[in-house]
Design a protein around this ligand. Structure first.
Ligand SMILES: NC(=O)C1=CN([C@@H]2O[C@H](COP(=O)(O)OP(=O)(O)OC[C@H]3O[C@@H](n4cnc5c(N)ncnc54)[C@H](OP(=O)(O)O)[C@@H]3O)[C@@H](O)[C@H]2O)C=CC1
Ligand SMILES: O=C(O)C1=N[C@H](C(=O)O)C[C@H](O)C1
Length: 238
């Protein structure tokens, strides 16, 4: 495949390495300082765009892809209040749009575990549920996109939770999400159920960015020839 990278920061560099190792070519690496190069790209020569940029850039990059009929895999977090708008634009332009808040296989298994556990814990009302996420200090958004996906599944399955706050909750109907920032941490998410008697914890620790990049490149391969809006559950079939 011929791939363009929209965003060439920490993830862009790992994506480049993983894509090349799987036999793909990176024809353009677009960053804030060479955005003007987008205008010179012939869309007919591009099989997919992989978009890992910033919360402020995702919408314009996705719009560019839909307008130019380039299938796009997006991993940028912190812009999801506009996701439905982008899904509508994709459908209107008969495009292909793949989005995941986390592309790693391990986190997607963890998402499944979280759904099973939160469904089970719904009936054990003595347990208080909370979440903690730790990321590197350059991260722009909080809570992480992964934490928001986990929180949605908890809130959907637990009658005693109606929303979340990015601090220690004082209101029992709100889920606490604590965001910590520590140098060099690729991404750690912990969900904790605590009662007076004991604590149950599930935790995912990313050791590097390789897993995120591999999932995104595989998604770009998978989306070829497809039209519509897709996510990891579509690709992984669970
Ligand atoms: N879904 C997933 O699995 C994962 C998602 N992410 C998400 O991906 C995003 C990027 O992460 P990361 O690589 O660590 O961040 P970085 O800040 O290291 O890289 C982002 C890059 O995008 C560039 N950029 C800014 N605006 C534009 C634009 N309009 N077009 C193209 N490029 C632009 C930035 O340039 P400049 O430096 O000049 O501003 C920067 O080089 C974040 O939102 C993060 O949360 C990260 C890991 C996994
Ligand atoms: O910014 C990051 O680095 C990451 N962002 C994603 C998120 O917000 O969940 C995925 C991963 O945790 C790394």
């Amino acid at each position: 495949m011929n791939i363009i990278l929209l965003g060439y920061g920490k993830m862009g560099k790992v994506l480049e390495r993983v894509a090349i190792s799987r036999g793909h070519t990176i024809s353009h690496k677009i960053d804030l300082n060479n955005l003007h190069e987008l205008a010179g790209i012939d869309p007919a020569t591009v099989d997919a765009a992989i978009e890992f940029s910033s919360p402020e850039s995702a919408v314009s990059n996705l719009t560019y892809c839909f307008e130019h009929h380039i299938p796009v895999v997006c991993g940028t977090t912190g812009w999801l209040h506009r996701k439905q708008e982008m899904e509508r634009l994709c459908m209107q332009k008969s495009g292909a749009f793949f989005y995941a808040s986390n592309y790693s296989l391990g986190v997607n298994i963890f998402f499944h575990l979280n759904r099973v556990l939160s469904n089970l814990m719904n009936r054990y009302t003595d347990y208080e549920v909370s979440m903690e996420e730790i990321h590197h200090t350059e991260k722009k958004d909080a809570p992480s996109g992964t934490a928001l996906s986990l929180a949605k599944d908890i809130i959907d399955s637990m009658d005693r939770k109606q929303g979340w706050v990015n601090e220690h909750a004082t209101e029992p109907s709100l889920l606490s999400i604590i965001s910590l920032r520590e140098a060099g941490v690729p991404g750690t998410h912990t969900i904790r159920y605590e009662s007076k008697e004991d604590t149950i914890e599930i935790k995912h620790t990313a050791h590097s960015r390789e897993g995120f990049a591999l999932g995104a490149v595989v998604a770009a391969e998978w989306i070829q020839g497809k039209q519509g809006v897709f996510n990891m559950q579509d690709m992984m079939k669970f």
